[in-house]
Design a protein. Structure first.
Length: 213
């Protein structure tokens, strides 16, 4: 395990996932996780490769966002059904599918932070949300989910939600991180960089598929 001080100094380079997760997750025997700086293209002879970006925010200089018609509210725990449905509606381009029980289980983790579960509300309807964790051991806030319903995209709601969460985090966290698929057609990395996230760390999640012929 990476020493905690080394992780805090350079989280995106040290680990592909947040420190609190890395303490309890074991890498399956058919998988390799490699930082781009150590990636060898020869691995593609035996492994399927998915690339993930990992970014960091120092919680300073957070941009102001202003969408007059959008309100922000802390999400109550009884909204798990609605959040799961929104995630599934937002991921029609992939195999991601979550249940309300999965969302409910997130509230039982040691990093659950209710004030970092924030919705964007338009005319009384939740049209987007952001769910973030907070690890007190490292001082790290982590964006886990950021969703905007497809029909409400292109209005700046994702950026507004991200900046709202960052401003809340800045009151108690030391830094924030986020990761996502590099090849995601919705290009979430663009949103995060617009909100001030930095770094250029890419991790390769390699799954063994046998020798390719």
């Amino acid at each position: 395990m990476v020493p905690i001080e080394s992780y805090k100094a350079n989280p995106c380079k040290m680990l592909s996932i947040p420190y609190w997760k890395a303490k309890s997750i074991s890498i399956p025997p058919n998988m390799k996780i490699v930082h781009d700086s150590e990636f060898d293209s020869g691995l593609l002879d035996k492994y399927l490769d998915k690339k993930y970006f990992r970014l960091k925010h120092n919680l300073q200089g957070i941009p102001d966002t202003n969408i007059p018609e959008i309100g922000f509210e802390v999400i109550p725990q009884d909204k798990t059904d609605e959040l799961a449905d929104m995630i599934n509606r937002s991921y029609t381009h992939s195999e991601i599918h979550v249940t309300a029980e999965y969302i409910k289980d997130l509230t039982a983790t040691p990093v659950y932070c209710p004030k970092l579960w924030i919705s964007a509300v338009l005319e009384g309807k939740i049209v987007g949300f952001i769910l973030c964790d907070f690890d007190r051991e490292t001082g790290e806030a982590v964006i886990e989910w950021l969703q905007v319903l497809p029909e409400y995209r292109g209005r700046g709601i994702a950026s507004a939600l991200t900046c709202k969460a960052l401003k809340v985090m800045s009151g108690f966290a030391d830094f924030a991180t986020v990761s996502g698929e590099c090849d995601n057609i919705t290009n979430p990395e663009k949103v995060y960089r617009r909100c001030g996230f930095q770094r250029n760390d890419v991790w390769h999640i390699l799954k063994f598929e046998g020798a390719k012929t």
